[in-house]
Design a protein around this ligand. Sequence first.
Ligand SMILES: O=C(O)CCC(=O)C(=O)O
Ligand SMILES: [Fe+2]
Length: 314
Amino acid sequence: MRELELPKVDLSGLDLTCLNQKTWAKARADIDDALKHFGAFEVVYDEVGSELRGGLFGQAVPDLFAVPDIEKIISASEVPSHGFFFQKKGFPFISLKVSQLSSFNHVQDFSNMIWPQGNLFFCNMVWNYTIQMKELLQMIHKMVLEILGLGDHYSSHIKSIDYSMRLTNYYNDLSESGNKVVLPSHKDPNYISIISQHNIGGLEIETSNGEWISTNPNKNSFTVVIGEAFMAWTNGRFQAPHHRVKMDRSKERYSVVFSTIPCFTNDVINPSKELVDEEHPQLFKSFKYYDYVNFRFSDEGERHTDALKFYCGA
Ligand SMILES: O=C(O)CCC(=O)C(=O)O
Ligand SMILES: [Fe+2]
Protein backbone atom coordinates (compact mmCIF):
# COMPACT_ATOMS: atom_id res chain seq x y z
CA MET A 1 0.00 0.00 0.00
CA ARG A 2 1.29 3.48 -0.82
CA GLU A 3 2.05 5.56 2.20
CA LEU A 4 -0.27 8.49 2.80
CA GLU A 5 1.36 11.85 2.01
CA LEU A 6 0.39 15.42 2.75
CA PRO A 7 -0.77 17.27 -0.38
CA LYS A 8 1.89 19.59 -1.88
CA VAL A 9 1.01 23.13 -2.95
CA ASP A 10 3.49 25.23 -4.94
CA LEU A 11 3.39 28.96 -4.06
CA SER A 12 6.77 29.80 -5.64
CA GLY A 13 6.59 32.90 -7.81
CA LEU A 14 3.22 33.98 -6.37
CA ASP A 15 2.60 37.08 -4.26
CA LEU A 16 -0.28 39.34 -3.28
CA THR A 17 -0.24 41.01 -6.70
CA CYS A 18 -1.27 37.74 -8.40
CA LEU A 19 -4.83 37.63 -7.04
CA ASN A 20 -6.50 37.40 -10.43
CA GLN A 21 -4.20 34.84 -11.96
CA LYS A 22 -5.15 31.26 -12.74
CA THR A 23 -2.15 29.99 -10.77
CA TRP A 24 -3.52 31.80 -7.68
CA ALA A 25 -6.96 30.18 -8.06
CA LYS A 26 -5.40 26.74 -8.60
CA ALA A 27 -3.16 27.03 -5.51
CA ARG A 28 -6.11 28.28 -3.44
CA ALA A 29 -8.24 25.30 -4.54
CA ASP A 30 -5.40 22.93 -3.59
CA ILE A 31 -5.07 24.58 -0.16
CA ASP A 32 -8.83 24.33 0.37
CA ASP A 33 -8.78 20.63 -0.39
CA ALA A 34 -5.71 19.94 1.77
CA LEU A 35 -6.98 21.91 4.78
CA LYS A 36 -10.40 20.26 4.67
CA HIS A 37 -8.80 16.82 4.80
CA PHE A 38 -5.72 17.33 6.94
CA GLY A 39 -5.61 20.85 8.43
CA ALA A 40 -2.11 20.86 6.97
CA PHE A 41 -0.16 20.77 3.70
CA GLU A 42 3.34 20.85 2.32
CA VAL A 43 4.16 24.19 0.73
CA VAL A 44 6.85 24.54 -1.93
CA TYR A 45 8.38 28.04 -1.80
CA ASP A 46 11.57 28.66 -3.76
CA GLU A 47 11.95 32.18 -2.40
CA VAL A 48 13.79 30.86 0.65
CA GLY A 49 17.10 30.01 -0.99
CA SER A 50 19.75 27.54 0.08
CA GLU A 51 21.97 30.39 1.31
CA LEU A 52 19.36 31.53 3.83
CA ARG A 53 18.47 28.00 4.92
CA GLY A 54 22.16 27.13 5.22
CA GLY A 55 22.96 30.29 7.19
CA LEU A 56 20.02 29.88 9.55
CA PHE A 57 20.23 26.14 10.22
CA GLY A 58 23.94 25.65 9.56
CA GLN A 59 25.16 28.50 11.76
CA ALA A 60 22.70 30.94 13.39
CA VAL A 61 20.53 28.34 15.16
CA PRO A 62 23.39 26.00 16.23
CA ASP A 63 25.32 29.06 17.55
CA LEU A 64 22.32 29.99 19.69
CA PHE A 65 22.02 26.56 21.27
CA ALA A 66 25.78 26.38 21.79
CA VAL A 67 25.58 29.33 24.23
CA PRO A 68 26.21 27.94 27.74
CA ASP A 69 23.16 28.14 30.03
CA ILE A 70 20.99 29.63 27.30
CA GLU A 71 17.85 28.59 29.19
CA LYS A 72 18.94 30.60 32.24
CA ILE A 73 19.54 33.71 30.13
CA ILE A 74 16.15 33.44 28.45
CA SER A 75 14.23 32.51 31.61
CA ALA A 76 15.71 35.51 33.42
CA SER A 77 14.23 37.90 30.90
CA GLU A 78 11.07 39.67 31.92
CA VAL A 79 10.42 41.40 28.64
CA PRO A 80 7.95 39.42 26.48
CA SER A 81 9.79 40.15 23.23
CA HIS A 82 12.97 38.82 24.84
CA GLY A 83 11.88 35.31 24.37
CA PHE A 84 10.40 32.37 26.02
CA PHE A 85 11.87 29.09 26.93
CA PHE A 86 10.15 25.71 26.76
CA GLN A 87 11.08 22.15 27.55
CA LYS A 88 9.18 19.06 28.68
CA LYS A 89 10.34 16.55 31.24
CA GLY A 90 11.50 13.29 29.64
CA PHE A 91 11.82 14.74 26.14
CA PRO A 92 15.20 15.72 24.69
CA PHE A 93 14.58 19.22 23.37
CA ILE A 94 14.95 22.89 24.18
CA SER A 95 12.73 25.43 22.45
CA LEU A 96 13.25 29.20 22.40
CA LYS A 97 10.84 31.78 21.07
CA VAL A 98 11.51 35.15 19.48
CA SER A 99 8.29 37.18 19.45
CA GLN A 100 7.03 40.50 18.13
CA LEU A 101 8.76 40.03 14.82
CA SER A 102 7.27 43.23 13.49
CA SER A 103 10.60 45.03 13.64
CA PHE A 104 14.29 44.29 13.30
CA ASN A 105 14.83 46.03 16.66
CA HIS A 106 13.12 43.21 18.49
CA VAL A 107 15.43 40.67 16.87
CA GLN A 108 18.37 42.82 17.94
CA ASP A 109 17.02 43.07 21.51
CA PHE A 110 16.76 39.28 21.63
CA SER A 111 20.26 38.85 20.24
CA ASN A 112 21.80 41.49 22.57
CA MET A 113 20.42 39.67 25.57
CA ILE A 114 22.43 36.59 24.52
CA TRP A 115 25.43 38.25 22.90
CA PRO A 116 25.94 41.67 24.57
CA GLN A 117 28.70 42.37 22.03
CA GLY A 118 26.14 41.86 19.22
CA ASN A 119 25.64 39.13 16.63
CA LEU A 120 24.72 40.72 13.34
CA PHE A 121 24.87 37.43 11.47
CA PHE A 122 22.23 35.89 13.74
CA CYS A 123 20.02 39.00 13.47
CA ASN A 124 20.29 39.11 9.69
CA MET A 125 19.47 35.42 9.26
CA VAL A 126 16.46 35.61 11.59
CA TRP A 127 15.24 38.83 9.96
CA ASN A 128 15.68 37.62 6.37
CA TYR A 129 13.82 34.45 7.22
CA THR A 130 11.10 36.54 8.91
CA ILE A 131 10.62 38.63 5.76
CA GLN A 132 10.15 35.51 3.61
CA MET A 133 7.85 33.75 6.07
CA LYS A 134 5.68 36.84 6.55
CA GLU A 135 5.14 37.08 2.79
CA LEU A 136 4.29 33.44 2.57
CA LEU A 137 1.94 33.54 5.56
CA GLN A 138 0.17 36.68 4.35
CA MET A 139 -0.49 34.93 1.05
CA ILE A 140 -1.81 31.85 2.81
CA HIS A 141 -4.04 33.96 5.10
CA LYS A 142 -5.40 35.80 2.03
CA MET A 143 -6.18 32.54 0.22
CA VAL A 144 -7.83 31.03 3.28
CA LEU A 145 -10.02 34.13 3.77
CA GLU A 146 -11.04 33.91 0.11
CA ILE A 147 -11.91 30.23 0.57
CA LEU A 148 -14.18 31.26 3.46
CA GLY A 149 -15.79 34.03 1.40
CA LEU A 150 -14.11 36.64 3.62
CA GLY A 151 -11.52 37.98 1.17
CA ASP A 152 -12.53 41.59 1.84
CA HIS A 153 -11.69 41.20 5.57
CA TYR A 154 -8.02 40.73 4.70
CA SER A 155 -6.72 44.22 5.62
CA SER A 156 -8.27 44.30 9.09
CA HIS A 157 -7.41 40.63 9.68
CA ILE A 158 -3.75 41.03 8.79
CA LYS A 159 -3.48 44.17 10.96
CA SER A 160 -4.61 42.12 13.98
CA ILE A 161 -1.79 39.59 13.49
CA ASP A 162 1.69 39.35 14.99
CA TYR A 163 4.50 36.90 14.19
CA SER A 164 6.68 34.67 16.31
CA MET A 165 9.41 32.19 15.64
CA ARG A 166 10.28 29.18 17.76
CA LEU A 167 13.70 27.59 17.38
CA THR A 168 14.06 24.06 18.70
CA ASN A 169 17.09 21.90 19.32
CA TYR A 170 16.44 18.16 19.70
CA TYR A 171 19.71 17.16 21.32
CA ASN A 172 21.14 13.71 20.95
CA ASP A 173 20.50 11.30 23.74
CA LEU A 174 22.94 8.46 23.35
CA SER A 175 21.32 6.44 26.13
CA GLU A 176 18.50 5.50 23.77
CA SER A 177 18.57 4.41 20.15
CA GLY A 178 15.87 3.75 17.59
CA ASN A 179 12.95 5.86 16.45
CA LYS A 180 11.28 7.49 19.43
CA VAL A 181 8.73 10.24 19.96
CA VAL A 182 10.83 13.27 20.95
CA LEU A 183 8.00 15.82 20.88
CA PRO A 184 4.67 14.39 22.04
CA SER A 185 1.45 14.75 20.09
CA HIS A 186 -0.08 18.22 20.44
CA LYS A 187 -1.99 20.95 18.61
CA ASP A 188 -0.40 24.36 18.15
CA PRO A 189 -2.31 27.13 19.95
CA ASN A 190 -1.68 29.85 17.31
CA TYR A 191 -3.28 30.79 13.97
CA ILE A 192 -1.08 29.17 11.30
CA SER A 193 2.43 27.71 11.61
CA ILE A 194 5.06 27.01 9.00
CA ILE A 195 7.48 24.33 10.15
CA SER A 196 10.92 23.99 8.67
CA GLN A 197 12.93 20.86 9.38
CA HIS A 198 16.60 20.80 8.58
CA ASN A 199 18.27 17.67 7.12
CA ILE A 200 16.57 15.34 9.60
CA GLY A 201 12.80 14.85 9.24
CA GLY A 202 10.53 13.32 11.83
CA LEU A 203 7.47 15.57 11.90
CA GLU A 204 4.26 13.55 11.65
CA ILE A 205 0.66 14.78 11.24
CA GLU A 206 -2.34 12.83 12.50
CA THR A 207 -5.32 12.32 10.18
CA SER A 208 -8.93 12.37 11.34
CA ASN A 209 -8.80 8.52 11.28
CA GLY A 210 -5.93 8.48 13.73
CA GLU A 211 -3.28 7.52 11.17
CA TRP A 212 0.12 9.25 11.32
CA ILE A 213 1.48 10.75 8.08
CA SER A 214 5.24 11.30 7.86
CA THR A 215 6.20 14.58 6.25
CA ASN A 216 8.83 14.55 3.49
CA PRO A 217 9.97 18.14 3.08
CA ASN A 218 12.53 18.98 0.40
CA LYS A 219 15.15 21.71 0.42
CA ASN A 220 12.51 24.16 -0.87
CA SER A 221 9.43 23.05 1.06
CA PHE A 222 7.85 23.49 4.49
CA THR A 223 4.91 22.07 6.41
CA VAL A 224 1.93 24.37 7.05
CA VAL A 225 -0.28 23.51 10.06
CA ILE A 226 -3.51 25.11 11.31
CA GLY A 227 -3.55 25.98 15.03
CA GLU A 228 -6.32 26.16 17.63
CA ALA A 229 -6.84 29.95 17.48
CA PHE A 230 -7.50 29.71 13.76
CA MET A 231 -9.80 26.74 14.25
CA ALA A 232 -11.81 28.85 16.74
CA TRP A 233 -11.78 31.95 14.52
CA THR A 234 -13.11 29.93 11.56
CA ASN A 235 -15.68 28.29 13.86
CA GLY A 236 -14.26 24.87 13.11
CA ARG A 237 -14.30 25.16 9.29
CA PHE A 238 -10.64 24.19 9.52
CA GLN A 239 -9.41 21.77 12.16
CA ALA A 240 -6.07 21.99 13.94
CA PRO A 241 -4.34 18.62 13.51
CA HIS A 242 -2.37 16.83 16.18
CA HIS A 243 1.27 16.45 15.26
CA ARG A 244 4.43 15.09 16.87
CA VAL A 245 8.11 14.48 16.14
CA LYS A 246 9.49 10.96 15.96
CA MET A 247 13.16 10.42 15.19
CA ASP A 248 16.34 8.58 15.98
CA ARG A 249 17.23 9.88 19.44
CA SER A 250 20.92 9.44 18.83
CA LYS A 251 20.81 12.24 16.22
CA GLU A 252 20.74 15.99 16.72
CA ARG A 253 18.01 17.97 14.95
CA TYR A 254 16.99 21.62 14.57
CA SER A 255 13.61 22.95 13.51
CA VAL A 256 12.03 26.38 13.15
CA VAL A 257 8.31 27.01 13.63
CA PHE A 258 7.22 30.40 12.29
CA SER A 259 3.66 31.35 13.31
CA THR A 260 0.96 33.94 13.02
CA ILE A 261 -0.60 34.82 16.39
CA PRO A 262 -3.02 37.49 17.63
CA CYS A 263 -1.45 40.86 18.56
CA PHE A 264 -0.67 41.22 22.25
CA THR A 265 -2.88 44.31 22.53
CA ASN A 266 -5.89 42.82 20.71
CA ASP A 267 -6.06 39.13 21.44
CA VAL A 268 -9.75 38.32 21.88
CA ILE A 269 -10.69 35.44 19.58
CA ASN A 270 -14.27 35.53 18.41
CA PRO A 271 -15.39 33.47 15.47
CA SER A 272 -16.02 35.56 12.40
CA LYS A 273 -19.79 36.25 12.54
CA GLU A 274 -20.27 35.23 8.88
CA LEU A 275 -19.21 31.71 9.88
CA VAL A 276 -21.80 31.25 12.63
CA ASP A 277 -25.38 30.34 11.72
CA GLU A 278 -28.04 27.76 12.47
CA GLU A 279 -26.19 25.09 10.58
CA HIS A 280 -22.87 26.07 12.18
CA PRO A 281 -23.46 26.96 15.84
CA GLN A 282 -20.61 28.69 17.65
CA LEU A 283 -18.12 26.04 18.80
CA PHE A 284 -15.97 28.12 21.15
CA LYS A 285 -16.89 31.00 23.43
CA SER A 286 -14.81 34.11 22.91
CA PHE A 287 -11.45 33.91 24.73
CA LYS A 288 -8.26 35.85 25.23
CA TYR A 289 -5.46 34.14 23.36
CA TYR A 290 -2.59 34.88 25.75
CA ASP A 291 -4.65 33.82 28.78
CA TYR A 292 -5.41 30.57 26.97
CA VAL A 293 -1.73 30.01 26.15
CA ASN A 294 -0.85 30.48 29.84
CA PHE A 295 -3.49 27.93 30.76
CA ARG A 296 -2.41 25.50 27.99
CA PHE A 297 1.15 25.36 29.29
CA SER A 298 0.20 25.20 32.98
CA ASP A 299 0.22 21.85 34.82
CA GLU A 300 -3.57 21.75 34.64
CA GLY A 301 -3.69 22.63 30.94
CA GLU A 302 -1.14 19.91 30.18
CA ARG A 303 -3.46 17.31 31.71
CA HIS A 304 -6.28 17.92 29.21
CA THR A 305 -6.24 16.11 25.87
CA ASP A 306 -8.42 18.87 24.42
CA ALA A 307 -7.42 21.96 26.40
CA LEU A 308 -9.24 24.45 24.15
CA LYS A 309 -12.55 22.61 24.42
CA PHE A 310 -12.18 22.46 28.19
CA TYR A 311 -11.20 26.13 28.38
CA CYS A 312 -13.87 27.65 26.16
CA GLY A 313 -15.92 24.96 24.37
CA ALA A 314 -19.48 26.27 23.86
O1 LIG B 1 10.14 20.16 15.19
C1 LIG B 1 9.18 20.02 14.43
O2 LIG B 1 9.27 19.51 13.31
C2 LIG B 1 7.80 20.46 14.86
C3 LIG B 1 7.76 21.16 16.17
C4 LIG B 1 6.37 21.50 16.64
O3 LIG B 1 5.38 20.96 16.25
C5 LIG B 1 6.26 22.55 17.66
O4 LIG B 1 7.30 22.98 18.17
O5 LIG B 1 5.13 22.95 17.98
FE1 LIG C 1 3.62 22.01 16.99
